[in-house]
Design a protein around this ligand. Sequence first.
Ligand SMILES: [Zn+2]
Length: 265
Amino acid sequence: MLTESSWSSGNGILAVVPVLGDNLLRRNINRNTDCSRCGAPETLFHLLFFCPFAVNVWGLAPWKTSFDSLRSASFQDELQTSSRQINLPPVGITSNIFPWICWGLWLSRNQLIFESKTLTQQQLVNRAIVACKKWETWNKEHEVAGLAWVYSTSSSIELNRGSSLQSAVASPLVAEALAIREALWHASAQSYKRIWLRSDSQWLINAINLNLRLIELYGILSDVDALVFSDFLSVSFSFVSRNHNGPADFLAKACLCMNPSGLDL
Ligand SMILES: [Zn+2]
């Protein structure tokens, strides 16, 4: 197994880094029409952060630290920042509710325009909490993982991205290992030859670099070994903290929530 020291910098080096997975929200959202709630020009930023309705919604988010959406600078920054938010205990969710609230704002906007249905801000937040809980439960019960990967140059310019839904996933560790294998498969298909792969699973990265093999990961990591030796000139694996992995998490969740039924807000 190649280790991190085998990676050398230079042209053509690729890094797998998290990049915003906003494909759920991007489609059809930037229309030059006025906001149906307040009459201001409707932009993505307005809908999600600046509309008085959205400002009030964010004010009700179940976070320990309040979020002033009027100070938002970019969707990606807010997504990353929100991954560090602590959910208030009575809510009973452990994952980041930020994507669910964004999704709720988008859906409620469509319901207002196309069905003349209105939701209160509190109803929207409540539905986001319920959807987030459903997602957490469904994910656990069905042992399904959303896998996501993003290819970028060493200067963080995105080249390519992908995601897939994997069933019968026994644990989060297996999901991380599957994501690495998928990322390598797709990198090979793109004819990338030098890869620096980063994951937020420190244990898994150590297991790969130290050639440790758990039984549950043996087959997957054997595939990873085979890919590394047959398809690439160099591959290195390193750890990236979860604080910097929020967008990749979001991309994986987007992959999950677009597929199963019964998860609509
Ligand atoms: Zn508005």
